[in-house]
Write a protein that binds this ligand. Structure first.
Ligand code: AMP
Ligand code: MG
Length: 339
């Protein structure tokens, strides 16, 4: 087994990674949301390497990343006027738009769909890499499927060392959760996956914003989901995570009654927790929680947590992105306390 190269994002290293990608290899790249595992979106066999390295189900489509707005024309035709307006407001940034795909995109990239998710990342390293390749890059999150997404180059190595030739180290991701994914309807947009760009922000451009049922509900694995990623077990540490919904007081009472020595509580900064309970903190507001969620889920593995009782984040605004992820980490297991 070889070691994956951990490379600082110098112009030489970016060129080196671009050469790897142009030869059909896959490379870890930083973005402002989470780390991506990037390949030439047009190269079927390179894209297959992504699915193999991650162990990703073949029907879970990849997001295609671009560095310049002109690149979109090679990926999609029939782009609605609203998509151009949203691109103007939110790109570069954490917004993915699902649009009809051109025949240039192989079906393996789009998970067999006739649409493709497109995003222009804000991270300069990601855009420099795309520019150096002169190609759109298909890049899902750079983690083993089912595990929490990666928000640092070391996390990428933890999951994929020896499975990919290199990862560009762009430091810790600024946002920490994946992009907002939207599709288009005749009278507005539909959020398929919430992110840090919220329904309210989209509303300023799109007027009508619908939230897909799959955002907060379990999607059965045998049905056709609007956003296929929603139906898979996701974001999970090794521990069993349970969401405990209620006041801090009832949360603590529940924890005292049910915690064993390898149970950890996942709390908000500022929560006062008795000393005899194990606790990790994941931020005081939604933005911080989004930023730390995946890191903390990975830390819980290092602490050998067997069970995690988690405080429930806000369910609206930026909090919806956090709630959507933690619900899946908990396999939708919620205990309501203090009712
Ligand atoms: P990841 O890159 O791992 O964050 O996963 C990308 C997610 O974006 C997928 O799991 C889908 O849920 C969603 N997505 C990407 N492309 C499409 C598409 N063409 N239609 C619907 N959802 C998509
Ligand atoms: Mg993912």
């Amino acid at each position: 087994m070889f070691d994956t190269k951990l490379l600082s994002p110098t112009p030489e290293n970016i060129d080196y990674c671009a050469r790897l990608i142009k030869c059909g290899e896959i490379v870890g790249m930083p973005t402002e949301t989470v780390y991506g595992l990037a390949a030439n979106a047009f190269d079927e066999s390179a894209v297959r390497k992504i699915f193999a390295a991650k162990g990703r189900p073949a029907d879970n489509p990849l997001i295609v990343h671009i560095s310049d707005i002109d690149m979109i024309k090679t990926l999609s035709t029939d782009i609605p006027e609203l998509a151009w307006k949203l691109a103007e407001s939110f790109w570069p940034g954490p917004l993915t738009m699902v649009l009809p795909k051109t025949h240039k995109i192989p079906s393996v990239t789009s998970g067999g769909l006739d649409t493709v998710g497109i995003r222009m990342p804000k991270s300069p390293v990601a855009r420099e890499l795309i520019r150096a390749c002169l190609l759109p890059l298909a890049a899902p999150s750079a983690n083993i499927s089912g595990r929490p997404s990666t928000t640092s180059a070391l996390h990428v190595l933890n999951d994929l060392n020896g499975l990919i030739p290199a990862v560009l180290d762009g430091g810790e991701c600024e946002v920490g959760v994946e992009s907002t994914v939207i599709s288009f309807e005749s009278d507005g947009v539909r959020i398929l996956r919430p992110g840090i760009i919220t329904a309210d922000e989209l509303m300023s451009v799109a007027h009508n914003v619908f939230i897909d049922n799959g955002v907060l509900n379990e999607v059965s694995s045998d049905i056709k989901a609007a956003s296929p990623g929603m139906k898979y077990k996701h974001y999970s540490p090794k521990a069993k995570v349970v969401l405990v919904d209620g006041s801090l007081e009832s949360f603590i009472e529940y924890a005292k009654e049910n915690a064993s020595e390898d149970t950890f509580l996942m709390c908000f900064d500022g929560d006062e927790i008795p000393d005899d309970l194990n606790v990790v903190y994941y931020g005081k507001n939604s933005r911080e929680q989004a930023n730390r969620l995946f890191k903390v889920l990975r830390e819980l593995d290092e602490l050998n947590a067997k069970t995690v009782f988690a405080r429930v984040p806000e369910k609206s605004g930026e909090g919806l992105a956090v709630y959507n992820r933690i619900l899946r980490a908990a396999a939708f297991e919620i205990v309501r306390v203090g009712e």
